[in-house]
Write a protein that binds this ligand. Structure first.
Ligand SMILES: Nc1nc2c(c(=O)[nH]1)N[C@@H](CN(C=O)c1ccc(C(=O)N[C@@H](CCC(=O)O)C(=O)O)cc1)CN2
Length: 300
């Protein structure tokens, strides 16, 4: 007698992101016809980092496909902080620009924190400005970082209510780990933020009904760290050697092992990654509506 398959449900972030972008496109069309408002997103890339170039190209393409205006600024890798701050000030003052994103990482001569905090918080569609981080932490209306927002939407779609669930976030970055923990707390989870110094990390992970991996270490989280039936969200995007000269993408979770134990899991690629850009478009739409004093879009 063959055993019933116990493989986890695969959370299809690519499909969810496509449907979210479709809904955003409909709202943008309505804004244009009813209010003559076209949301505009400015993306700034400094340097030639290959992965960043791919992401910035996708952002521009998906912005246009959603019916929004896209403004792309590509600056030389040797650009000074002063020049970048001047561009940010111009974008802050431009009424056609509702969202500003400076692609990270930035070259080492530039202080990323200073640049992020120079963006008008109302246009900070990355949600990285200290004002938006503070608003999120205190439960006030803010712009929320795109990757954690995407994770939250996938979790709600998979589990319905998250209330009372035990969530462990592995990783404490300002961009993913900390805002992810705030969002899970906002949905009434019991939240632990774990990191490289956490004692007995496997045991901490095994407590989680929701396990979010955002450490940036290829396949660090093993199958036996996962509680049976847990929902696993893998934020990692790591390029590792593949067959021959090729490379392949893996997450922070050892996928095949974890999928045998989890109830549901995001793949890499095709899980969290596509949600990042879809949520960027959602934030741009939100920022445009707020700037015009219009009701916030209902996308979820
Ligand atoms: N200013 C910002 N910089 C960076 C952010 C960010 O949110 N704001 N996040 C990442 C990069 N990123 C968007 O900028 C991003 C990463 C991954 C994906 C994605 O769709 N990944 C695909 C795989 C793509 C591939 O083949 O490489 C997937 O996971 O399926 C989109 C956006 C760092 N910088």
């Amino acid at each position: 007698m063959s055993e019933a398959s116990t493989e986890a449900r695969i959370i299809d972030g690519k499909a969810f992101a496509a449907s979210l972008r479709g809904r955003i496109g409909e709202q943008v069309a309505g804004l244009k016809t009813r209010h003559g408002l076209t949301p505009g997103l400015a993306v700034v890339l400094v340097g030639e980092d290959p992965a960043s170039q791919v992401y910035v190209r996708s952002k521009g393409k998906q912005t246009l496909e959603a019916g929004m205006a896209s403004f792309e600024h590509r600056l030389d890798a040797s650009t000074s902080q002063e020049t970048l701050l001047k561009l940010v000030a111009e974008l802050n003052a431009d009424p056609a620009v509702h969202g500003i994103l400076v692609q990270l990482p930035l070259p080492k001569q530039i202080d990323a924190e200073a640049v992020i905090n120079a963006i008008d918080p109302a246009k900070d569609v990355d949600g990285f400005h200290v004002i938006n981080a503070g608003r999120l932490a205190t439960g006030q209306k803010s712009l929320v970082p795109c990757t954690p927002l995407g994770c939250l939407l996938l979790l709600r779609d998979t589990l319905g209510s998250l209330s009372g669930l035990e969530a462990v976030v592995v990783g404490r970055s300002n961009i993913v780990g900390k805002p992810m923990a705030q969002l899970l707390l906002g949905d009434s989870c019991t939240v632990t933020i774990a990191h490289s110094r956490t004692k007995d990390l496997p045991a901490v992970c095994r407590r989680a009904d929701i396990l979010v991996a955002a450490v940036g270490r290829p396949e660090m989280i093993r199958g036996d760290w996962v509680k049976p039936g847990a929902t696993v969200i893998d934020v990692g995007i790591n390029r590792v050697p593949g067959e021959g000269d090729k490379t392949r993408l893996v997450g922070d979770v050892a996928y095949a092992e974890a999928a045998r134990v989890a109830g549901a899991i995001t793949p890499v690629p095709g899980g969290v990654g596509p949600m990042t850009i879809a949520c960027l478009l959602a934030n741009t739409l939100t920022a445009a509506c707020r700037s015009a004093g219009l009701p916030e879009p209902e996308l979820i």
